[in-house]
Design a protein around this ligand. Sequence first.
Ligand code: NAD
Length: 296
Amino acid sequence: MSVIAFIGVGNMGGPMARNLLKAQEQVRAFDVSPAALKPVLEAGAKQANTALDAVKGADVVVTMLPAGSHVHSVYLEDASILSAARKDALLIDCSTIDIETARAVHVMAERSGFDFLDAPVSGGVGGAQAGTLAFMCGGSDKAFARAKPVLEKMGKRIVHAGGAGAGQAAKICNNMLLAISMIGTCEAFALGEKLGLEHQKLFEIMSAASGQCWSLTSYCPVPGPVPAAPSNRNYAGGFATSLMLKDLKLAQNAALSAGANTPLGAEAEQLYSLFDSKGHGAMDFSGIIKMLRGEM
Ligand code: NAD
């Protein structure tokens, strides 16, 4: 049994920490929100009063924080956890953040002698609860080898994408593609509706033809063809538009600094920005079909 410090036990970190407890690990949890901490403490985690208290003596430290600024403050600012963690502790950041901050944390962690991995996830809250997340990891072979057995207690696919920041890079490339394919799928259904096609018929044709993609066959944005998709519950739950927009902004910033040409990624960011600004940030991202139809 290892002692795992878990910092940030919100919508994703909470169920991830609970899966570590289910796997018989000892979890020491810290979150600035008492409401977020409560269910994790009820599941058996020990409460830490600060991030520094959480990491003292821990074998592994997992962080699952909202954005790069939070990761920066926990790892790189005054009273950083790097000053309090045991020197042989393994550090894993599962938050989705900008590549620059991820690389800066790698540099500082390695300078202080730690194995550190950036390991953002896909799979959403459902995947966090079910323990079926996919982890995209960036860091050394040694850090990855140490982290894999820990991550396997919270996820199903653990992939070593490359060196420092490669996990974040893979995550934003994937989500940029997802946003573009979702908008394309929505446009195809919206056009099909105007041309008098039935949803189910168009679904059957496209899913067996060259338009086939995950946004269509696993997450269909119109109700009916894929019963588990959020379109069947008026786009409640699922992957919030505000989180998709966050990832698209990260992708556009990365494209700008790397000099990559991503015109459809830029357009997707604009469309999700507009949808979010109309007050639909909490709606599943496939709900953008309503805006494309002119309904909202
Ligand atoms: P969340 O806001 O529910 O949880 C984040 C938690 O971190 C909150 O409980 C907050 O109080 C806590 N926190 C903030 N600053 C802190 C600090 N300095 N010290 C300790 N705790 C602090 O967010 P979430 O949905 O759990 O997402 C976490 C990360 O996972 C984000 O980077 C997000 O982009 C990524 N992600 C989310 C989803 C999703 O579907 N929710 C899917 C994939 C990836």
